[in-house]
Design a protein around this ligand. Structure first.
Ligand code: GLC
Length: 455
């Protein structure tokens, strides 16, 4: 009996924590259905826009330079994006092949791009006066793009938000924090947060994605209790039952607490898992090193790097959310615009290897210098050539699996035949096939071969 007690206790604890940790009821199948459009669309635009665009040196400028509220106020007082035309942004996103977009309704600085009943620190009180979020939603919907709101859990402006380690007034010791926070009441901020999330999920029609950012548990940090995440997420699910939510509210253990994971600014080595299962995921990436407009930032990725980010995400079952940081005048930086154009040019001919595609079945080996994606509905396999081969392209273990091969961009046949070459004869093993490619690389950054597979 003595030995049984700990076992019984563990079972009981497990059961009770399981029953407590549920935010809403949904079967795995229902969840898969809810996320289906998003997993098919694969490519979205992230937009970081706030009063920090005027500083033009990162959306974290207030923290990085420890700027006081008083001093930071000039960005609010001068916020007047006279060239703001969200339908231009929406067209750029659409032409790039993006199918959805997520904009910062409020970033860490606390400034809201929407009209809110709960604060004065909002766009309608700046010289711009209009609800920029409303205009954005209308323009993006008009272009047929799905709508997402980023909302910062962190707030560097709200007077009741307690100072923590990522705050511009961050300190070193508990004593210092106690002193800084003695007149601040986080529960007031929790209410504010709930009220504002309620506003953005009520006043703008159907919202497809919510991007909450972010928890940082631990010393001088904040976790789901600080945000009241459980209650918040219940409100979210109730107001927008079809919405898709990211995983940064520190609700990983709660069923219904999150829908997808969000690797940021790096490539995942493989399809991310949670408790042994592959989970929906989206990597968010910048064109350069900053999310908000950063005039003097020069680490811009080139077109090939950006395309690889997209293709590689899909090859591991994920999405790409690629960020632009519009300027204080409301325009998209020319460098981002050029990059979007180049991606769009590629997507026009190769989108078929991205949309509705996912990781290829394990039975297909990945040829050297290439990335595979697969469309389960059409049963086609896509080989993305990161380094264009010279004539012979051998596919190991593909014998009997391929019905037809073509370039994706122009639907021109690629012959399946024995390898070419003189003096050194290349033997094919009996499980392999060889494709004979033209010597000239077609004029595309990354050439894609489309294989029609046997059933
Ligand atoms: C981080 C940063 C933030 C950015 C976000 C995008 O959480 O704090 O500035 O908005 O990543 O994923």
């Amino acid at each position: 009996m003595k030995r049984l007690i700990p076992v019984l206790l563990a079972v009981l604890m497990c059961q009770s924590s399981f029953s407590q940790k549920k935010i809403w009821n949904e079967t795995e199948e229902e969840k898969a259905e809810r996320l289906e459009w998003w997993q098919n669309d694969r490519f979205g635009m992230f937009i970081h826009w706030g009063s920090y665009a005027l500083a033009g040196r990162h959306e974290w400028v207030k923290k990085r330079e420890r700027i006081s509220d008083n001093e930071y106020q000039k960005y609010f007082d001068n916020f007047n994006p006279d060239l703001y035309n969200p339908s231009e942004w929406a067209k750029m996103a659409k032409n790039a092949g993006m199918k959805y977009a997520v904009i910062t309704s409020k970033h860490h600085e606390g400034f809201t791009l929407f009209d809110s009943k709960f604060t004065d620190y909002k766009v309608t009180n700046t010289p711009y006066q209009k609800d920029a979020l409303k205009e954005w939603v209308e323009a993006f919907r008009e272009e047929g793009l799905k709508i997402g709101f980023y909302y910062s859990l962190i707030d560097w402006h709200h007077p009741e938000y307690t100072i923590d380690r990522v705050h511009p007034h961050s300190a070193n010791t508990q004593e210092e924090y106690d002193k800084l926070n003695k007149d601040r009441d986080m529960s007031v901020y929790r209410e504010y947060l709930k009220n504002q999330v309620r506003e953005i999920l009520t006043n703008y029609g159907k919202i497809d994605i919510l991007w909450l950012d972010y928890s940082f548990p631990g010393k001088f940090g904040k976790d789901h209790d600080d945000w009241g995440s459980v209650e918040l997420m219940k409100i979210v699910r109730e107001l927008q039952p079809e919405i898709i939510v990211n995983d940064r509210a520190d609700l990983k253990d709660y069923a219904g607490g999150w829908d997808f994971t969000t690797p940021e600014q790096f490539k995942v080595p493989e399809w991310p898992t949670y408790e042994g299962k592959k989970i929906p995921w989206e990597t968010c990436q910048t064109f350069s090193g900053s999310w908000g407009y950063y005039r003097d930032e020069y680490t811009w990725k080139d077109t090939k790097q950006l395309l690889v980010l997209l293709i590689e995400s899909v090859s591991k079952g994920g999405n790409l959310l690629l960020n632009v940081g519009p300027t204080g005048r409301g325009t998209i930086d020319y460098r981002a615009e050029n990059a979007l154009n180049s991606m769009g040019e590629w997507m026009k001919y190769n989108g078929r290897s991205i949309y509705s595609c996912t990781e290829a079945p394990e039975s297909f080996s990945v040829p050297d210098h290439s990335l595979l994606t697969y469309n389960p509905k059409t049963n086609r396999l896509y080989i993305h050539l990161l380094d264009y081969p010279l004539q012979n392209f051998t596919l190991k273990g593909y014998k009997g699996k391929v019905k037809y091969a073509q370039f994706l961009h122009d639907a021109s046949e690629i012959k399946i035949s024995s390898p070419r070459g003189y003096w050194v004869k290349q033997e094919l093993s009996e499980n392999d096939i060889n494709l004979v490619l033209p010597v000239n690389k077609p004029p595309l950054e990354i050439v894609v071969i489309e294989l029609f597979l046997n059933d």
